[in-house]
Write a protein that binds this ligand. Structure first.
Ligand SMILES: Nc1ncnc2c1ncn2[C@@H]1O[C@H](COP(=O)(O)OP(=O)(O)OP(=O)(O)O)[C@@H](O)[C@H]1O
Ligand SMILES: [Mg+2]
Length: 321
């Protein structure tokens, strides 16, 4: 991405995918069937892999836009108002009266900070190909996708490839073999370990990485929850551990990691710096309940890394002042 193409683009990142309203409750422990249990703390918050990555990017200072279909109902209004407040552009949102976001019901184990999710798509009305505007989609430096609404993602990624726009994919369901045509169009594939092993059918991460690199992505990142993440290109591989923070809730860690990673791509930082930065962004998210409340500002991440980052990261940030 050269400076000229940067100047011409209306957005840094456009995201096409899932937006969710999450209902999150912290519980003392996971329930046994047929019991009544008090929720210690409850919040309602926006979520969804692409939508939360966009909010992360906006908080860091990037210019972002969400494309999806929403309607005239309580949950759609919640998502839209949240996007407006977070400075996520909504001019690409298609209106259809009864359409709505995904809904997520999330229980967080107070002791472990781990979460279990139930979700429904009963309000979701998928975008149709004829509703996509090539001009709008290609007005961005980077496109970010998740695995929801594949035909649309494949069309948009095809346009991106034709116009030299970089693409990022977050995927989570190993059984979705129909993701392969999209993966072949993607430049940066960032997926959790369960997806990488399950989708590739390989017995270990080394082989799974080779499997994905063979299909075209220039970078493959495999996230491994609180352990950290593995990053691989055709030339190098490295592991980035997480930072030790007081964990309240890990919901949305992957989504936020993607946001942090894309921010580094926009800055054209070295891949090791991007990985450590994204890890700090995702780690800081864990300090608050929900996928978005803990998304940090750029200054917060920088201050954190200047205290707890690697020596390489500290000197990079000092130079980048
Ligand atoms: N407990 C934790 N403490 C600190 N950082 C974490 C923790 N869990 C996850 N992270 C960070 O977030 C990244 C992504 O997490 P993970 O691999 O769980 O993604 P995911 O399974 O896609 O999660 P989700 O889709 O629910 O957001 C990890 O690589 C790590 O950097
Ligand atoms: Mg994820």
């Amino acid at each position: 991405m050269n400076k000229n193409s940067k100047n011409k683009k209306r957005f840094d990142v456009i995201g096409i995918g899932n937006c969710t309203v999450d209902f999150l409750g912290i519980v003392p422990s996971f329930p046994r069937p047929d019991t009544k249990n008090k929720i210690i703390r409850f919040v309602q918050q926006g979520g969804g892999p692409v939508a939360t990555a966009l909010v992360t990017l906006a908080r860091l200072g990037a210019k972002v836009s969400f494309i999806g279909k929403l309607g005239d109902n309580e949950f759609s209004h919640f998502v839209i108002n949240d996007f407006i407040q977070e400075k996520v552009d909504i001019s690409g949102v298609i209106k259809e009266e009864k359409a709505g976001p995904y809904l997520g019901f999330i229980l967080i184990d107070k002791e472990k900070g781990s979460r279990t999710i139930y979700w429904t798509d009963q309000m979701v009305s998928p975008l149709r190909k004829e509703e996509l505007s090539r001009d709008f989609i290609t007005s961005s430096r980077i496109l970010h996708f998740d695995e929801y609404n594949l035909p649309i993602a494949i069309l948009a990624a095809t346009w991106a490839k034709e116009e030299g726009i970089k693409t990022v994919l977050d995927a989570e369901t190993p059984q979705k073999k129909e993701l392969l045509p999209l993966i072949k169009l993607i430049d940066f594939l960032i997926v959790p370990e369960e997806f990488a092993l399950g989708f590739s059918g390989k017995g270990n991460l080394k082989k799974a990485i080779e499997f994905f690199l063979k299909y075209g992505p220039e970078v493959v990142v495999i996230t491994q929850g609180k352990k950290g993440s593995l990053t691989a290109t055709k030339k190098k591989r490295f592991f980035q551990p997480t930072f030790n923070v007081p964990v309240v809730d890990t919901t949305g860690c992957g989504d936020v990691f993607h946001g942090g990673f894309i921010y580094g791509l926009l800055k054209n930082w070295p891949i090791e710096v991007i990985s450590e930065f994204a890890t700090a962004v995702a780690s800081l998210k864990c300090e608050k309940l929900g996928g978005r409340a803990g998304c940090p500002s750029f200054q917060r991440v920088k201050d954190f890394l200047l205290s707890f980052g690697s020596e390489r990261m500290k000197s990079f940030l000092e130079r980048d002042r």
